[in-house]
Design a protein around this ligand. Structure first.
Ligand SMILES: [Zn+2]
Length: 296
């Protein structure tokens, strides 16, 4: 519990740190294909599909950045932004929803994202209350498992595989371009953050990565929720590491180890060099997995 609390506080402070420094943020477009870009700024990576039939964007970072993001997109293509997809509910991915819907974009997300935005929620671990979002932020088109959009000669497939990072994760596949935006179902900041208070789960997280792997080949370009462009091999590595940690934690629980003692077993030691510099610490990750598997 203590470790889950710590992680939640770290996450909250990371999000607010990001929000306090928006004036200096530059929006940097990175070309993925002729029609698809990744935009970096502050918060989750944005994906953009441009073309004659209008623009589609995936995620929109924090509200104070909306004008800069819109400006950056318009330099790529002056066409209207028709669709704005949310990969999940977190504010570093959906903070600009109000602004982009007011500019005329149709907001698209998982059913659970709309539901979550419509009502006040209390995080049971931190007792922090999150008020409902302004109605302009609520997704207009929602779905449960799969939704197809067709524009600019691209088949855009929105997948929801399982309750992983949250209970409303969406993976966006550009079928013809062979590009996938994973949202925070796959990230490159080290140990992933699994938001149990928003319905996430470690087994669902691994299952989602397995399903993502089935969409990929060795040429697929991957836009992660955070970090640089990635490949199938990067996803496989994260999936195998998380599954290894999950299996070791499950074995320790089966032997009767207490959740509190499992963090001291050194389960994540071999991952520290690569993943230990992120905002989720190895011990916190183990405690979160143990808490989730034991139902605490
Ligand atoms: Zn997130």
């Amino acid at each position: 519990m203590k470790y889950i609390l710590l992680t939640s506080i770290l996450f909250a402070s990371l999000a607010s740190f990001g929000q306090g420094n928006m004036d200096t943020v530059r929006i940097q477009p990175i070309k993925v294909t002729e029609q698809i870009y990744m935009l970096k700024g502050s918060g989750g990576n944005i994906g953009v599909l441009i073309g004659k039939e209008g623009t589609l964007m995936i995620d929109n970072q924090f509200a104070p950045l909306s004008n800069k993001i819109n400006g950056a997109i318009k330099t790529l293509d002056p066409g209207e932004i028709r669709f704005a997809i949310n990969t999940h509910v977190h504010g570093d991915h959906s903070g600009g929803n109000e602004n982009f819907s007011k500019m005329g974009a149709t907001l698209v997300a998982h059913d659970n994202v709309r539901e979550r935005m419509m009502k006040e929620t209390v995080n049971p671990q931190t007792n922090r209350t999150t008020p409902p979002r302004d109605k302009a932020a609520w997704p207009v088109v929602t779905f449960a498992n799969k939704l197809n959009l067709h524009l600019n000669d691209e088949d855009v497939i929105l997948h929801h595989f399982d309750k992983g990072h949250t209970n409303g994760d969406v993976i966006v596949q550009f079928k013809n371009a062979n590009v996938v935006h994973t949202g925070d179902a796959f990230v490159r900041y080290g140990y992933p953050y699994i938001d149990l208070s928003n319905g996430g789960s470690v087994n669902g997280f691994i299952n989602t990565l397995d399903k993502i792997l089935l969409l990929l080949d060795d040429n697929t370009k991957l836009i992660p929720g955070h970090g640089e462009l990635a490949t199938k091999a990067d996803v496989k590595k994260l999936r195998d590491g998380i599954a290894d940690i999950r299996d070791q934690v499950a074995a320790a629980l089966k032997k009767g180890k207490k959740v509190e003692d499992i963090a001291a077993l050194g389960i994540t030691d071999k991952y520290e060099a690569e993943w230990g510099k992120g905002f989720v610490k190895g011990k916190d990750f183990v405690m979160m997995v143990a808490g989730n598997l034991s139902g605490k």
